[in-house]
Design a protein around this ligand. Structure first.
Ligand code: ZN
Length: 232
């Protein structure tokens, strides 16, 4: 049973954590959570997320329309301009209950340099993230970006948006937030390893064992095999 009151507080707490960890800055980033009956709780557009209060969060339907009784705090606010990528993900992934979108520095830097985020550099990332989906570049806020993220989310939990940021899905917002943190740490490790002379790739047999563990834990995705046989 989803407790909307608690969810509103949790989303504000996650927004502050994302800001404090430098995963978002300025008005960037957005968070959503699935409610019952085709409704979603989502952050408002162009707003300093670290200052969000629970009553400023907005409820939308599966088309992105603002619904429900407005609060005095959100009556003049609109849902995030990236609502489409959230809704397309929920549509394609019934198992997803929470989504975070952020602009983590190392993830974006790697995309700008044309380098992959290789989860093979960190056991925790291999286990919990699997392969990172890489979106074709699309203009932020457009339905084209929403469709591209939704497409990749069919086979990934984490999608990199080149020159922009990342979108991460979880069974709830806390799981999505945890994956986001691991994702940025992975990108930082990839960057540092490159500066230290390059990655010494983990043996394929060890990668295979991690993928088996991922399967045993019910985390496997169709894209997992892409973690095998690739070079840094
Ligand atoms: Zn963004």
């Amino acid at each position: 049973m989803i407790n909307e009151h608690q969810l509103r507080q949790d989303m504000c707490e996650i927004a502050r954590m994302m800001y404090d960890k430098g995963l978002i800055c300025g008005p960037a980033g957005n968070i959503s959570a699935k409610l019952a009956q085709g409704r979603f709780l989502i952050t408002p557009s162009l707003f300093f997320k670290q200052r969000l209060t629970p009553d400023q969060l907005i409820i939308v339907d599966d088309q992105g329309n603002k619904i429900g009784t407005p609060t005095p705090a959100n009556i003049d606010l609109q849902p995030t301009s990236e609502t489409s990528m959230h809704l397309q993900t929920y549509k394609n992934r019934p198992d997803v209950g929470g989504i975070v979108h952020a602009h983590p520095t190392y993830c974006v830097a790697l995309s700008v340099a044309g380098k992959p985020i290789r989860t093979q550099v960190l056991t925790e990332a291999m286990l919990f993230l699997g392969e990172i989906g890489v979106a074709d570049y699309k203009t932020p806020t457009t339905d084209q970006l929403g469709e591209e993220v939704g497409r990749l989310m069919r086979s990934h939990d984490c999608v990199l948006l080149p020159y922009h940021g990342v979108t991460v899905a979880g069974k709830d917002i806390w799981e999505a937030c945890a994956k986001l943190e691991v994702l940025e740490q992975t990108a930082e490790i990839c960057t540092l390893a490159a500066q230290l002379g390059g990655e010494q790739p983990l043996a394929q047999s060890h990668v295979k064992d991690m993928l088996k563990l991922r399967q045993r834990w019910g985390l496997a995705k169709p894209s997992d095999h892409n973690l095998l046989g690739t070079k840094s």
